[in-house]
Design a protein around this ligand. Structure first.
Ligand SMILES: [Fe+2]
Ligand SMILES: [Fe+2]
Length: 250
């Protein structure tokens, strides 16, 4: 249902889109210069644990482009505008991590080492309904919040800390979008569809636990306990489950 001149009435989403437009930045915004403040052992560990996130930035681009036609097709023009800016954010995150690997002279972990990271993204992209993807991307954005937040607190005055802090601002906007979108759509969904969201959350967490197990050693190198990380993330998603009245299917 593409219209030449649709109404744009959701001021909250329009403001978020404008914020997204104004919030664009390039790698020049970061001082990449002080790599030696992070030990070679830490750099190697960071390269390993960043791997699923690096893949996630790319699959987020893929997901945005997959749900955009659905949004436009249903006349959700404000959502489509916002998602267009989010696609550019994810592209920038991907490009920045690509640059970080080159500066570190490190490689991401091999796909054989963490096969579950592909399962995570396959599950995220297996949605029948765009709302499912947006719920999944909210969980992934909460993951990004805890992950980049943890990197920032460990390496505040370094290129990694600066990159993490700047990226966090983009991820906070993505969260605000998911919140607005879900608050609008969830009341229109039947219990069965909402139950699918509960199942998706559990599936994603099961996969994240397996990834955490694979990355335990490099995480411990950075004094980061995977189970603590996942517990905090789970609590964060639980607040959303309650807030949006998502119930476990009976
Ligand atoms: Fe991202
Ligand atoms: Fe994001």
């Amino acid at each position: 249902m593409i219209r030449v001149n649709p109404e744009l009435t959701d001021e909250q989403l329009l403001r978020l889109f404008d914020k997204g437009t104004l919030g664009q930045w390039t790698p020049d915004a970061i001082d990449w210069g002080d790599m030696e403040r992070i030990s070679p052992e830490q750099r190697h560990a960071i390269a390993q644990i960043l791997t699923p996130v690096y893949l996630g930035e790319q699959t987020a681009m893929f997901g945005v482009s997959a749900v955009l036609p659905d949004m436009l097709g249903h006349g959700h023009h404000e959502e489509a505008l916002y998602l267009s800016s989010m696609g550019l954010d994810e592209a920038r995150h991907f490009r920045n991590l690509h640059k970080l690997y080159r500066i570190f002279q490190e490689e991401p972990a091999s796909r054989h080492r963490i096969p579950e990271m592909f399962r995570y993204h396959a599950r995220l992209l297996s949605h029948k309904d765009s709302t499912e993807w947006i719920w999944g991307i909210l969980i992934s954005d909460l993951f990004a919040k805890h992950f980049y937040g943890g990197l920032y607190s460990r390496f505040p005055d370094t290129l990694v800390g600066r990159l993490a802090r700047r990226t966090l601002r983009d991820e906070a906007r993505h969260q605000a979008f998911s919140e607005r979108y879900l608050e609008k759509r969830l009341p229109t969904m039947d219990e069965d569809k909402k139950g699918q969201l509960f199942i998706l959350r559990d599936d994603l967490f099961r996969i994240m636990e397996a990834i955490g197990e694979r990355l335990k050693d490099p995480m411990l190198t950075l004094a980061w306990e995977p189970s603590t990380f996942l517990e905090e993330l789970f609590e964060d998603t639980e607040r959303w489950v309650n807030r949006l009245y998502i119930a476990q299917p009976s």
